[in-house]
Each structure stands twice: as structure tokens, then as C-alpha cells.
Design a protein around this ligand. Structure first.
Ligand code: ZN
Length: 295
């Protein structure tokens, strides 16, 4: 039997309302899951499991000597941070220095290397460009996970390392990427032993983005005071360390030096606030009071 027209219209309207309602519920649940993940990361109550997914763009083998050095068991700080495994130790030391709490903060889980030919999406600086780049990065990450057999739901934080031959022109700094919204980062890694200390610092920088830290450089300039590891040192320049989100050591006006190892990187108070290590009040007092560092 055919429904009378008013009922038919009503049910179509109901159906539309139902679809709109379900979409809304879906969006609310999605946003809530993201916020829960944000909170979980920044509470630092449990060690964070970080999936480190290694990719190579072709079958060119990674030199054995590089792999041996890059993945060497770390004796940080004695080794100055010349292997990937120094990063969890460095983060722990920084937490002790700033918060007094000594605990395991992150654990790396390595996957690959997997041959994956699709080039990673490029990050963008514009507002709309960032939205589009975010979408393409998320779908890229899903394809990467499938290729590398990684169950993304098991890892709160994801880090993709894209290896390339040192001779290849890649702007590894501006093309590397780290996002708090996605809790994921991507870093280009040249397979050159001499570059490892810098790469480890770069990976640390992108990893800090996935915890909520923001950049503290503006073009070639270091933002003051947040981008300084010791903003109240007298004289201010040269600095001894680079703030991890500024990435380079300010030596003199307009003169910066890239770090040579993790031991030259420090977490500044503003970054510590952004990643949930310190509270607002402590950080405000620190910058207002000009407290000298303990070092
Ligand atoms: Zn950055």
C-alpha cells in the first residue's frame, strides 16, 4: 500500500534529520576521542607507545654502517645523543630537570623499513593549505600503516621516518612535519652517518610537536624568551643550548648554530607548559621573575 503523501514527506524529513543527527553524533565522538588522546598524552601518567614507521622510497638498501650507528643502544648522555634510542632518555632527563619527576615517558616500537613509493604530502603554511595538508597526511598515514602492517589504533603517537640518499635534494627541514592534532610526525632522514646527530635532534623536534609543542622561531630568528633555553643568562649571548622548538643555538645577534647532538637541546619553560609538564602559574612566575637556571 502506498503511504499517504504527508506521511511520506514526514518520513523523508525524519530521515534527513536522522542522518544530520548521526553525522553530528559522529563528529562529536570524533572530536571527543581526539581531546581524550590530547589529555592522555599531556597527563604523562603512562608511558606513551610511539610507532616509528620506517620507509624507503625505493629498493636502495640502507647502508649497514648507518643502521648500526642510528640504532645503536644509547648510553646518553655519554654518547651525546647520536642514536635514535637516546631520545627517550633525553626526554626523561629533561622531565627530571624541569619537573623533578623521573619516569619513563615514551617507548619506541620500530616497524620496517618498508619500500613505499608514494611521496609524502607537503606541509603548508596557509590556513586552508594546512586543512588540506592535514586531510592528505591522515589518508597517507593510513596507506603507510597498511603497507607496513602497523595497527595505528595501538599507538597514541605515530612517527614516520622517510630515508633518502644523502645526494638527493630534499628540503628535509621544511618538509618534515609534526602535528598535535594527528599526534603524528614525518621526518626525512638522509642515510649519512655525519648527519645523524642533527637528524636525531630533528626527530626530537617533530616528536615534541606531536605532544603539543609549538615552533619558537620566526624565519631565521629565535623567539624571545620562549625560544631560549636560558633566557635570563647574563650575558644572554652566546647561549649554551638550543631550545628544542627553536632548534638552533643563538650565538650572537643574527647568528645561530645548528645543534651537534641531543645534549645541546633543552626544553624551555614555554614548551614545558605546552606539553603539560608545567602549569601556567609556574611558567608565568618563571618568565616574570627572570629566575636563573640551575645549570
Ligand atoms: Zn617545527
Amino acid at each position: 500500500m502506498k503511504l499517504p503523501i504527508p506521511w511520506g514527506r514526514l518520513s523523508r524529513r525524519n530521515a534527513r534529520q536522522l542522518v544530520a543527527f548521526l553525522i553530528l553524533v559522529g563528529v562529536v565522538l570524533y572530536v571527543r576521542s581526539l581531546l581524550e588522546a590530547d589529555e592522555k598524552i599531556q597527563s604523562w601518567e603512562q608511558p606513551l607507545d610511539v610507532a616509528v614507521i620506517q620507509l624507503t622510497p625505493d629498493e636502495t638498501p640502507i647502508p649497514d654502517e648507518f643502521t648500526r650507528t642510528f640504532f645503536a643502544p644509547s648510553s646518553y648522555p655519554a654518547d651525546r645523543g647520536t642514536s635514535l634510542h637516546a631520545i627517550p632518555r633525553w626526554l626523561r632527563d629533561e622531565s627530571v630537570r624541569l619537573t623533578g619527576r623521573d619516569r619513563t615517558l615514551i617507548r619506541f616500537h620500530l616497524f620496517g623499513p618498508t619500500v613505499f613509493r608514494e611521496p609524502p604530502p607537503k606541509p603548508s603554511d596557509s590556513f586552508f593549505g594546512r586543512i588540506v595538508a592535514g586531510f592528505s597526511f591522515r589518508s597517507y598515514l593510513k596507506r603507510v600503516a597498511t603497507a607496513a602492517s602497523v595497527d595505528l589504533s595501538k599507538f597514541l603517537v605515530k612517527l614516520v621516518l622517510v630515508y633518502y640518499s644523502p645526494g638527493k635534494p630534499v628540503d628535509k627541514h621544511s618538509d618534515s612535519y609534526g602535528s598535535f592534532r594527528d599526534h603524528a610526525g614525518l621526518v626525512y632522514v638522509p642515510t649519512a652517518i655525519a648527519d645523524i646527530p642533527y637528524n636525531v635532534a630533528e626527530i626530537t623536534h617533530e616528536l615534541m610537536h606531536t605532544f603539543g609543542a609549538k615552533d619558537k622561531y620566526d624565519g631565521r630568528a629565535t623567539v624571545f624568551p620562549g625560544g631560549y633555553a636560558e633566557p635570563f643568562k647574563a650575558p644572554l649571548l652566546p647561549q649554551r643550548f638550543a631550545e628544542v622548538m627553536a632548534g638552533e643555538i643563538p650565538l650572537a645577534p643574527n647568528r645561530l648554530r645548528p645543534v651537534r647532538g641531543l645534549d645541546e637541546l633543552r626544553v624551555g619553560h614555554e614548551t614545558a607548559l605546552e606539553i603539560g609538564w608545567l602549569d601556567d602559574e609556574t611558567v608565568r612566575r618563571y618568565y616574570k621573575g627572570g629566575r636563573r637556571t640551575r645549570e
